[in-house]
Design a protein around this ligand. Sequence first.
Ligand code: PLP
Length: 428
Amino acid sequence: MAIQSFSEVELFTELESNVRSYCRSFPAVFSKAKGHSLWDTHGKEYLDFFSGAGALNYGHNHPRLKQALLKYIEEDNIAHSLDMYTEAKAQFLDQFSEIILTPRHMPYRVMFPGPTGTNSVESALKLARKITRRESIISFTNAFHGMTLGSLALGGNQFKRDGAGVPLPFTVHMPYDGYFGPGMDTIEYLERFLHDLGSGVSLPAAVIVETIQGEGGINVAHAQWLRSVEKICREYDILFMVDDVQVGCGRTGPFFSFEEAQISPDIVCLSKSISGYGLPMALTLIKPELDQWEPGEHNGTFRGNNLAFVTATQALRTFWQDDTLSHETRRKGGYVKQFLDHLSTQYAHALPEVRGRGLIWGLVAESRDDLASRISSEAFRQGLIIETSGSESNVLKILPPLTITDEALEMGLNILQDAARRVIESRA
Ligand SMILES: Cc1ncc(COP(=O)(O)O)c(C=O)c1O
């Protein structure tokens, strides 16, 4: 067979498009995964501090989710259904409402926009523009909302924007919380631009914000800042949208990352960990009075992934009937923060800052010498999968499964520490 004529990694480099990316940072061929670990074809184990970029909050192949999925498939239940009514979808909607929405007094309508995070963002943009009859959207510096043209236009990363090949219009970028450093309140900036008829910024349809910018370098917005953005939206009759694709589903502690800020977004984008098993699934949550779609006005073939509905339902039942996971996430997060603070103090020059919340943390590295990428490579060599983020890839991103054991968390952090030490001390 042709497969045998290539070495393991060569097969991909010969046959797969040059666009591939994560595999360049983690050049192994993976075959198995369980909980917080992956194994390559040689049986080498890797601890996962990346969690499928936030799609595996409950780890790999969780046994309860897997059993529900296997049973569902074995019984010849329906797999694909466009957006027709199915039993699996009914159960998901029922449980999502009972376990997540109702106790939080969030009477959102649930839209299935397509399988991925960018599908949710695109649907939110369309709906906001349709409702308000305005064209532009305000997003923030260092934002990331997806790779299709509408969501790409909201993003800050120049390299990714350049890939569009066309202008990315109808978006105004405003400074995120802390963009100019601690001395400047970026809310005043936003308000002035909206208020001043000479600013050149016309009234937008919506503001879209990440409470923590996952791809943009783990920038954390203060609760008060988020409340002020919401207040401005209310004052100017602008729709207020939160993109919780990466930091929702418990990543920061509560199910939604914005709960602690006590804000009430008009539209919420969710994806990544909503299926709980790494299966493609996305939701757009819409306040009932804003659910102004005509039937079929937004459509798509893969909006009814029943396998994902089954694992999503099981994930809600397993993890969200009480506060245990939220508490554990905060507790483990406290430990990570303490560990990273210590590391940052030890190498204050090379690793000047730690930021994050819950179980999403960023260890900022000096941009010089590709330090963060080199630490990530060394950690990988030692069996830890850890990605970088930020426009200069200078932030090591600590994103373990929420279900990781204390021992594995400690082991992973020790590898990170050792990798940082080796790389930093090997420099001139
Ligand atoms: C905040 C946020 N929004 C949207 C997306 C896009 O999701 P997807 O890659 O599933 O299209 C991402 C992906 O990383 C994200 O982090």
